[in-house]
Design a protein around this ligand. Structure first.
Ligand SMILES: Cc1cc2nc3c(=O)[nH]c(=O)nc-3n(C[C@H](O)[C@H](O)[C@H](O)COP(=O)(O)O)c2cc1C
Length: 173
């Protein structure tokens, strides 16, 4: 099914505040990228908002996120999401955290594992060097019943410069 005919949803997580290479931002890198996709596609979008407030400073946050990963935690999000069944295509947008997707996105996958079956998934990530291959492979492993396609990845600090690259990618889908 072409992207034009399919019903798309963007699911993303992103952290505002202090971040690598970009300083203090009101909207995180992935959020800005997700909003650019939303603007192009005019589709629905969900931002996963953690229930637990996280540490403010970057060093403390990095340790906090690492601890979540080491314990394989499933942090809860505040959003009430009934279903993703109505959508054919999911843009799964996330920052790379410790060579993984953020644990809150694993929570989302767990919650909707049966509904992901048969859906086309486009991994979209921002990072600071690890790129998207590692996390695409994680998504392929986690979403065995979905069709996980080649995604889009960009350095977090380059998000605001990536409109043309993003538009070209979306046009190619
Ligand atoms: C806790 C944490 C872990 C990170 N781990 C990686 C990593 O393993 N590889 C990488 O390339 N970037 C890593 N980064 C950088 C982020 O992926 C990058 O800054 C991203 O654009 C942040 O997105 P956001 O602003 O939407 O939260 C990490 C950042 C944080 C805060």
């Amino acid at each position: 099914m072409s992207l034009k005919k399919s019903k798309s949803l963007i699911v993303f997580y992103s952290k505002p505040g202090e971040n690598f290479c970009i300083g203090n931002v009101e909207d995180g890198n992935t959020k800005r990228l997700a909003c650019m996709i939303q603007k192009e596609l005019q589709c629905d979008m969900i931002e996963l908002l953690p229930v637990e407030s996280y540490p403010e400073g970057l060093d403390d946050f990095v340790e906090y996120a690492l601890n979540q990963k080491e314990k394989n935690e499933r942090p809860k999000y505040k959003n009430k999401i009934d279903s993703i069944e109505d959508y054919d295509t999911i843009f799964f947008a996330h920052p790379v955290y410790h060579s993984d997707i953020p644990m809150i996105m694993h929570t989302f996958i767990d919650n909707f594992s049966s509904e992901f079956e048969g859906k086309i998934v486009y991994p979209v990530c921002t990072h600071e060097g690890s790129g998207g291959n590692i996390t695409s492979n994680i998504l392929k492993r986690r979403l065995k019943k979905s069709i996980v396609k080649k995604g889009f990845s960009v350095y977090g600090q380059d998000v605001d410069l990536s409109k043309k690259k993003l538009q070209d990618w979306l046009k190619s889908l």
